[in-house]
Design a protein. Structure first.
Length: 281
């Protein structure tokens, strides 16, 4: 509920509205008795919002699986950099901070949310505050957010559900800027396969009432791996697998897709980039 005790009416448009789609998908999954993700903050947030979530159609478990993959990569980095700053670019209505805080004992990591003012306004009103959370109400493409990051204890950057909505040159430039600015840090991002990107351009729908925004940017597994050759500040590229979901058929299909290289063009990519440390003289 809002501070007035009434559900908070939310109206977002375009790409920003996908924040509600992914929030609802995680909350729906978390409510299940056999849920693959624990996300009580997402459930609480959905309950506070007055919005017709049914317009998105029936959610699947893929969004929760992606969220878990991002959590696992962040946890791995924070275990060796416990006081690092996690930068969540275009965070939307993700609740990753609280999932990571629950998963990591004596957590000391700091958090920077970077998103557009309408999203930041919702987060500020409906999500708990924390001394470890900072917020920048701006586009991820406005690189002044980098000035707010103290890189001394490490930096882990997430671009969950972001790059596919940018133009290719914008996405690649954002990756390059992050790599140059935060040596020793990491960046995790996801992109759809090319066929999915093409479908989005001709009007893909999740329901009769919702059309998916256009996704101009896609990156194959091979093209992602080549970033280590085209961006000097990128020292390593890792192809991250989705964690297991619910159901034998789904997991068997995932196992086959990841095992057979010829199927790489058919699947989305989750790419973890490691940034070079400056050479010591």
């Amino acid at each position: 509920m809002s501070r007035t005790g009434q559900p908070h009416k939310v109206a977002l448009t375009g790409v920003s509205e996908t924040a509600l789609l992914t929030l609802n998908a995680r909350a729906t999954e978390a409510r299940r008795p056999d849920a693959i993700i624990e996300d009580p903050m997402a459930v609480a947030l959905v309950d506070k919002i007055d919005f017709d979530f049914a317009k998105f159609g029936r959610p699947g478990q893929d969004i929760a699986m992606r969220a878990l993959a991002f959590d696992q990569a962040a946890q791995a980095y924070l275990k060796t950099h416990p006081a690092a700053t996690v930068v969540a670019l275009a965070e939307g209505l993700q609740t990753s901070f609280w999932r990571l805080e629950a998963a990591l004992a004596d957590s000391r990591f700091r958090w920077l949310t970077v998103d557009l003012p309408p999203i930041v306004n919702i987060r500020t009103q409906l999500l708990p505050s924390s001394a470890r959370i900072s917020v920048r109400a701006q586009s991820a493409l406005d690189y002044t957010w980098m000035d707010a990051v103290d890189p001394s204890d490490g930096v882990f950057i997430t671009a969950e559900g972001l790059l596919m909505y940018l133009q290719p040159e914008q996405s690649l430039e954002l990756i390059r800027e992050c790599a140059n600015r935060f040596p020793g840090g990491q960046l995790l991002f996801d992109t759809p396969p090319r066929w999915f990107s093409m479908l989005s351009r001709v009007g893909m729908r999740t329901s009769l009432r919702y059309r998916v925004p256009t996704m101009p940017f896609s990156l194959s597994v091979a093209a992602a791996a080549d970033l280590v050759n085209t961006m000097p500040a990128v020292s390593a590229v890792r192809d991250i697998k989705l964690p297991p979901g619910r159901g034998r058929l789904l997991n068997a299909a995932l196992s086959t897709v990841y095992r057979v290289g010829a199927l790489d063009p058919l699947r989305p990519t989750l790419t973890l980039l490691e940034f070079s440390r400056p050479e010591r003289s």
